[in-house]
Design a protein around this ligand. Structure first.
Ligand code: GUN
Ligand code: ZN
Length: 416
């Protein structure tokens, strides 16, 4: 294995093995291990309609498609079916850690935790909390229900003693939560030292409405902060329209941003200036944000992050475009830091769990680049991250195996 300050790769050439054991060399050369990827923001419940409805801006999109679909998770069999598919699909695509939104339904959210545990995925799982919803009134809770069910969700989840799955306190966003509910959730998170996830400043319309609804607060970020929801275990999705003052507050509190570029573009929400977030020294990870984002693949999130950064460069040629190394880091170590799980995962540092992908760069999509890869990159046992052959054109067919905490979880083991 080799390392630099930010990235630690394992890279193995099997040439010597094939000579020694007489293996078919072509079949095994130049495979390597890379750290598993961390999806810092994904709605497991929205997987059922991913890619089918992206023709409305965020708030209309929520009311028209998202809330009616999420209401269906009252049905546990429906939930089991979708949640099994999303856990398997993300694992197969190299997501070793996922930070999930479920729905308001406690039992279905517990089921998502069980399914992630059964398939061996590291996960934060959130039962969604919301007491404001004028469009689909049967899909909301009272503040008391939300408080009590969140407590039940947390205690039931912790009782299961799943080694890799933890509950995360999940107010949907300020527009779906009364101040009373935000207060309850801040208190629960604080008393139990729990992770927190929500959305922030995704669209300008949302920011404007939050200002109107919470006129006594300095900013959108301040609404969460004053309710004890901005901590060093908080991850906020999007943040496209955060001000410098808000980013300073994020930095001060150790809270992080989940950059969800596919969703930001698909719903025409905005373009996060990731460079600005990094310059503020705010922790930053990447998220697929299924189903505002239509792809559950973190490699897609890598590509979209590069695209967004390049689009910002087109607007301003002085812009410091993100490099591939930086984006790859965001998808792995950056994500684990954003979720405050970097003690356990994110790279191959000694002492961390082995969350890894065995990559076969000879998968179908990469044949064209193989000449370059072979002659310039993989001729020795070290691997140059700047010529990393997977993300620009790779997909799940290039991921031969997935390991979480040292256990092989892909290919899937058939369970009885
Ligand atoms: N803001 C509040 N809820 C949601 C959601 O489900 N998806 C996205 N993209 N933004 C949100
Ligand atoms: Zn989201």
């Amino acid at each position: 294995s080799c390392s630099n300050q930010h990235l630690v790769f394992g890279c193995f050439s099997f040439d010597s093995l094939s000579q020694k054991w007489g293996f078919e060399a072509l079949a095994v050369t130049h495979e390597f291990f890379m750290p598993g990827m961390v999806d810092t923001h994904i709605h497991a419940s929205q997987y059922s309609y991913a890619g089918t409805a992206l023709d409305l801006p965020l708030l209309q999109w929520l009311n028209t498609y998202t809330f009616p679909v999420e209401a269906c998770y009252k049905d546990l069999e429906f939930a089991r079916n979708v949640y099994t598919h999303v856990v398997k699909r993300t694992l197969r695509n190299g997501t070793t850690t996922a930070c999930y939104f479920a729905t308001i339904h406690t039992d279905a959210s517990l089921l998502l935790g069980q399914i992630a545990n059964d398939f061996g995925q590291r996960a934060l799982v959130g039962k969604v909390c919301m007491d404001t919803n004028n469009f689909v009134p049967h899909y909301r809770e009272t503040p008391e229900e939300s408080h009590d069910e969140t407590n039940r969700f947390i205690s039931e989840m912790l009782k299961k003693k799943y080694p890799l799955v933890r509950p995360v306190v999940t107010p949907r966003f300020a527009l779906s939560c009364s101040a009373a509910l935000l207060g309850h959730l801040g208190e629960i998170a604080q008393n139990n030292h729990l992770h927190i996830q929500s959305h922030i400043s995704e669209t300008k319309e949302e920011v404007k409405l939050v200002k109107e609804l919470f006129p006594d607060y300095d900013s959108y970020t301040d609404v969460y902060h004053k309710h004890n929801l901005l901590t060093d275990k908080t991850v906020m999705a999007h943040g496209c329209h955060l001000t410098d003052e808000e980013l300073k507050l994020f930095r001060e509190k150790g809270a992080s941003v989940a950059h969800c570029p596919n969703s930001n573009i698909s719903l025409c929400s905005g373009m996060l200036d990731a460079r600005r977030v990094l310059n503020h020294k705010v922790k930053l990870g990447l998220g697929t944000d299924v189903a505002g984002g239509y792809s559950p693949s973190m490699l897609d999130a890598v590509r979209r992050t590069l695209d967004t950064s390049k689009a910002l460069t087109i607007q301003d040629p002085q812009y410091q475009t993100l490099t591939f190394e930086e984006v790859f880091r965001l998808a792995t170590l950056g994500g684990s830091q954003a979720l405050s799980l970097d003690e356990h995962t994110g790279n191959f540092q000694v002492g961390k769990d082995f969350d890894a992908l065995r990559v076969n760069p000879r998968g179908p999509k990469l044949l064209r680049s193989l000449g370059v890869v072979k002659s310039q990159v993989c001729s020795g046992s070290f691997f140059s991250p700047s010529l990393f052959p997977l993300p620009p054109s790779g997909d799940d067919r290039n991921i031969a195996e997935v390991y979480v905490a040292g256990k092989r979880v892909v290919p899937f083991v058939e369970r009885p």
